[in-house]
Ligand binder design. Structure first.
Ligand SMILES: *Cc1c(COP(=O)(O)O)cnc(C)c1O
Length: 396
């Protein structure tokens, strides 16, 4: 294709073609460059490459052609200047922050975070002299009050894990930018299809590509997106010397995942909305959390910043742990797992698994109770999934 053509592409086309680099063999599907090192035609070329005067590859810890294809494709999807593939979602989160924060800096983060992200901001960073303030992500006053002249970073996810609370991306970015802080958004639960944090003012977006980007439960991966200077200099230098690099094989799986992501996420959202409505009608289900429903407390915000309600649903059964376990154990299509974003529908009891480490008080503050259940909607037929959930409801 001619350079510049891609500017007119719609997302589905971009996700099939953007970033493709064909080898001399003209393969249709992208090749997996499963190599650690590179050879140089002469000592002079090796010298020029190390000096940065020749932009070929040097070592796969730094960069690799299959990883580059994944990075270019997802950067085009996100509307980012640049992207860096990472070994996992947690490598993306930790590197995105550690690469630019230093002792004496301050970070403000929302309390409702994926467990390991909470560890990074509230346990790990303080050990290296980065002070952390946690706020209720839905309360803009708390964000405002937490900002200080030395606040260098703001971190949150929206919708949050597991009960799908929302953070107003645009409003928090405005508050953070007044003190010059960089806003880092973990966009996993919305997927790149349904929410565009960079357009709402965020500086950096991170993903666990393990989830909907792969979408079929096959491999770990992550990605950080943002401005070119941050990605290619700050983050790249950190990655190059510390090593949380994305494997070329996993990059290839994720690259192929991007091709089908619009179709998959569209189907998952369609089913999730049907399932949320079904659950909303059940007497034995006391609450349903789904941003696409008008009974979600932040439905107006969902409509403002998300293209739809998303592929995740949370609920509370009437009762406690026994009732929740009976509901979960009665299902056969939904598989019990702490993972999400798979072709297979997955069900989680957060209080005894992903959030077991928290005290009951901390769990309550995060809206997680013994009666709370999280669903990740997969690619099965929605009627089959609802049939499965009917068995669960009957068992409560
Ligand atoms: C899964 C997940 C992560 C961590 O990603 P890994 O690929 O498992 O390391 C971070 N944030 C959120 C919101 C997640 O769901």
């Amino acid at each position: 294709m001619a350079a510049g053509d891609e500017k007119n592409w719609k997302l589905a086309t971009t996700l099939v073609h953007e970033g493709t680099r064909r080898s001399q063999f003209g393969e249709t599907s992208e090749a997996i460059f499963l190599n650690s090192g590179y050879v140089y035609d002469s000592a002079e070329i090796a010298e020029a490459r190390f000096k940065g005067e020749d932009d070929g590859y040097v070592y796969s810890r730094y960069a690799n052609p299959t990883v580059s294809m994944f990075e270019e494709r997802i950067a085009a999807l996100e509307g980012a200047e640049a992207a860096h593939g990472m070994a996992s979602g947690m490598a993306a989160v930790s590197s995105s922050l550690l690469s630019f924060l230093r002792a004496g800096d301050h970070i403000v983060a929302a309390k409702a975070l994926f467990g390991s992200c909470l560890y990074i901001v509230s346990d790990l960073l303080p050990r290296y002299g980065v002070e952390c303030t946690l706020v209720d992500g839905a309360d803009l006053d708390q964000w405002e009050k937490a900002m200080r002249p030395d606040t260098k970073a703001v971190f949150f996810e929206t919708p949050t894990n597991p009960v799908l609370g929302l953070v107003d991306i645009e409003a928090v970015c405005k508050i953070a930018h007044k003190v010059g802080a960089q806003v880092v958004v973990d966009n996993v639960f919305a997927t790149p299809m349904l929410q565009r944090p960079l357009e709402l003012g965020a500086d950096i977006v991170v993903y666990s590509a393990t989830k909907h980007i792969d979408g079929q439960g096959r491999c770990l991966g992550g990605v950080v997106l943002g401005r070119k200077d941050y990605i290619d200099e700050t983050l790249h230098t950190f990655l190059k010397h510390t090593g949380p690099s994305l494997s070329p094989f996993n990059a290839w799986v994720l690259l192929k995942g991007l091709e089908t992501m619009p179709l998959r996420v569209e189907r998952q959202v369609e089913s999730a909305a049907k399932i949320a409505d079904f659950l909303g009608e059940q007497d034995k289900i006391s609450r349903v959390f789904y941003p696409g429903r008008t009974d979600h407390p932040q439905h107006a915000l969902a409509k403002k910043q998300m293209a739809s309600g998303g592929p995740m649903v949370a609920l509370e059964v009437k009762g406690g742990k026994d009732e929740a376990f009976r509901f979960i154990n009665a299902l056969s299509i939904f598989k019990i797992s702490n993972n999400l974003g798979d072709a297979k529908s997955l069900i989680t009891h957060p209080a005894t698994t992903t959030h077991q480490r928290l005290s009951p008080e901390a769990r309550a503050e995060a809206g997680i109770f013994d009666r709370t259940v999280r669903l990740s909607i997969g690619l099965e037929d929605a009627d089959d999934l609802i049939g499965d959930l009917k068995k669960g409801v009957a068992a409560i």
